[in-house]
Design a protein around this ligand. Sequence first.
Ligand code: DOR
Ligand code: ZN
Length: 354
Amino acid sequence: MGISNSLTITQPDDWHLHLRSGELLQRVVPYSAQHFGRAIVMPNLQPPVVRTVDALNYREQIFAALPAGSHFKPLMTLYMTEQTDAEDVRAGYLSGDVAAVKLYPAGATTNSDAGVKDLTKIYPVLAVMEEIGMPFLVHGEVVDADVDIFDREAMFIETKLIPVRKQFPKLKIVFEHLTTKEGVDYVQSCAENTAATVTPHHLVINRNALLVGGIKPHYYCLPVAKRESHRLALRAAVTSGDQRFFLGTDSAPHFDGAKEAACGCAGIFNVANTVSVVAEVFEQENALDKLEGFLSLHGPAFYGLPVNTAKLQLTRNEAALAAPAKLVLPDGEITHFDPMMDLHWDVSDISTAD
Ligand code: DOR
Ligand code: ZN
């Protein structure tokens, strides 16, 4: 199949994004607004975004940080705790102010201490979410000290997700940042109301990127990258055209000093080149015809939202694109995701349809 040098697609959305707050928010949000129409904004701030009123305050901060004239729309999420108020969740969703609730198993990742230890404690909230059609976004890793970090996603499916799914058969569940073949198989075995986001980096790196030739903290994220067979399963899933898989960058900026440390934190800042990276992956898999579905169509279909009216123009250059320069802030620098391969798809133009 010949490769066309230019592609016009519906403007993508990012169904899993960390925007942080304060000055960091101001500096990172323009990268998202440049390419994406909307993003599901993660609530793991310090303190977390727990109630609808917190989400509204955070949304105001995000609007204030957007570049002038931007149409980028943040879709807000609440951070599930064992004390989450089901009626606040219901009101937030029905008013359109909150799009979803995110589960962090306590201790699983950055700012997850306030998360959930006992899933049965949140069953009353899940019952309301099932009733009103509100998506439940899941960080799918168990946290037990005796479970190997590479097995934590597969173990979560068996011991946590399957029981929740059985209890709430109609609940909309998004398995966030899927990293394993077991996860792909599970999602594919489910009905349409189970979906998964997939990050650009998990389509590109396996655990060797993190560990071979020296430890590479900029490839450390959670869930951690797995062995090659899992990366290939993720690639097959997203390029199959299956509607249950859509993009969630999990872009999670941390200062270099916090990552390049004896106890480096988890997170990859990837939004600057996500569209180019994903296009490169789909080209490698001879699946450019499936790119628009993964980036721009499957997510809105799952969330019950219209697709974006704006378009994105992708142009293939023979020469490799220049890598984005480090982000420099007064408090430190932030390194962009390096996909360890040449990128050729330039995101050259956004034309607004209306
Ligand atoms: O790598 C990660 N970074 N995984 C997460 O689940 C959280 C995120 C962050 O907020 O830094
Ligand atoms: Zn995340």
